[in-house]
Design a protein around this ligand. Structure first.
Ligand SMILES: Nc1ncnc2c1ncn2[C@@H]1O[C@H](COP(=O)(O)OP(=O)(O)O)[C@@H](O)[C@H]1O
Ligand SMILES: [Mg+2]
Length: 146
């Protein structure tokens, strides 16, 4: 696992490069929970994570579709919860069932999961903070649930 801690990115290329390192070491049933304002760079980081997971397709933000599925060395599930209002709506979509399907889940606006955050699988939390137009702080932490 890319070490826990705080990373500094000067541009989207550096963010993609960090994502690739993260993606390379993800394992089945890892759940990557991203938070950060609109335009912070969640999708940009995920493009790198997908590449690191061996996804050859270009990953885009699922604007109208909440879940996009790709195939890399593992199944790769990309969620964007932006348009969902609460945990009940997320539960109705069966998001939690994806956590243990043997792939990797990456979730934008993961704070909306509230009580649906992964149990029984490794959660990797990534918070992206905007420092300036080009600069970001990317804070990575792992949480193994009981
Ligand atoms: N260091 C950086 N890391 C990531 N994106 C950056 C960075 N600096 C500028 N950007 C820009 O910020 C925007 C991030 O967009 P996006 O990844 O779609 O954000 P989100 O998914 O969080 O809404 C892009 O236009 C990107 O070019
Ligand atoms: Mg996005």
């Amino acid at each position: 696992m890319q070490n826990e801690g705080s990373y500094y990115s000067r541009n989207s290329r550096e963010t993609v490069a960090l994502g690739i390192k993260i993606g390379r070491i993800l394992k089945p049933n890892d759940v990557v929970c991203l938070t950060g304002e609109l335009g912070a760079g969640k999708t940009t980081l995920i493009q790198g994570i997908a590449e690191g997971c061996g996804v050859k397709d270009y990953v885009t933000s699922p604007t109208f579709i909440i879940i996009n599925e790709y195939q890399g060395r593992l199944p790769f599930f990309h969620f964007d919860l932006y348009r969902l209002n609460n945990a009940a709506e997320i539960a109705d979509l069966g998001v939690v069932e994806y956590f243990t399907r043997g792939g990797v889940c990456v979730i934008e606006w993961a704070e909306k999961l509230a009580g649906l955050r992964p149990k029984n699988c490794q959660e990797i939390k990534i918070e992206i903070e905007v420092i300036s137009e080009g600069e970001r702080r990317i804070v990575l932490s792992k949480k193994t649930q009981d």
